[in-house]
Design a protein around this ligand. Sequence first.
Ligand code: DHB
Length: 308
Amino acid sequence: MDLSVEFAGVRLASCLMNAAGALCVTRDELEALGRARSGAIVTKSMTPALRRGNPDPRYHSFPGGSINSMGLPNLGAPAYAALLPDLRRFGKPVIASVAGLSTAEFLEAARAITAVRPDLVEVNLSCPNIPGKPQIGYDVQASRALLRQLREVVTVPMGVKLPPYFDPVHQDATAAMLREAGVAFVSVINSVGNGLVVDPERECAVIKPKGGFGGLGGAMIKPVALANVRAFWKLFGGRMPILGTGGVVSGADVFEHGLCGASAVQVGTALMDEGVGVFERLERELGEILARKGYRSFEDCRGKLREL
Ligand code: DHB
């Protein structure tokens, strides 16, 4: 089955890749993605300098999903820039996720990584885990101002990673802003921010930072992810490349993202649970579903969701 796709002008041998944050912080993790059947290597969101992140425990996986409050642990943009030539040897696109705790930090990280020309830059407008820092993607004006400045700095195709929206008004306003900003792709969704998972036996939260509040991922967030993929697919008339992220555990989940309009699909919680072997399993399961349904490629199913 042909699972290759064209995404924002970049050829991907497989439509599957890691979600930013999942097993992509260190050199070893990034090289493991290079060797795995991932269609691209997505980096952890990078800030201008190394960050150790929040105190442990900061990630917890449970039967329905996961909760995390990592606090942007990363090697710092200069270290990822230095690593990029080695990552290129795997012959697949590198997508650099860029973040910051201020506009100046976003610009500095973006400048450092753009200098070595990753294939794509994914601007993270949606980290929910920095105490005192709201998710930029929930503030249209702030997002517009930030993207306007990043456009001057980022000279490779630049997309945005958005938080989940729960009202069409917010998707409409965001889409209008993104159209004006001229983004090359949209990645939806980041984790569902500020959930709380409780262990009733120990009578405590399962993660330490922020009193236990953290971003939810995994199976439980799939309907929210699909709704956002679909909403942005429609708002952009099917002409905006969409990276679908959220709740991908099986090949059927990938197929559903494709039907809703995703051109390529990212895997977070399931990658954390299973390791990089997850890509091979998902490829096999997706290939079987597409064949059984009479599709000849993943691209053939894109956006084909029927409305009743
Ligand atoms: C972190 C979590 C996110 O969901 C994100 O988009 C960026 C960073 C984190 O806690 O490290």
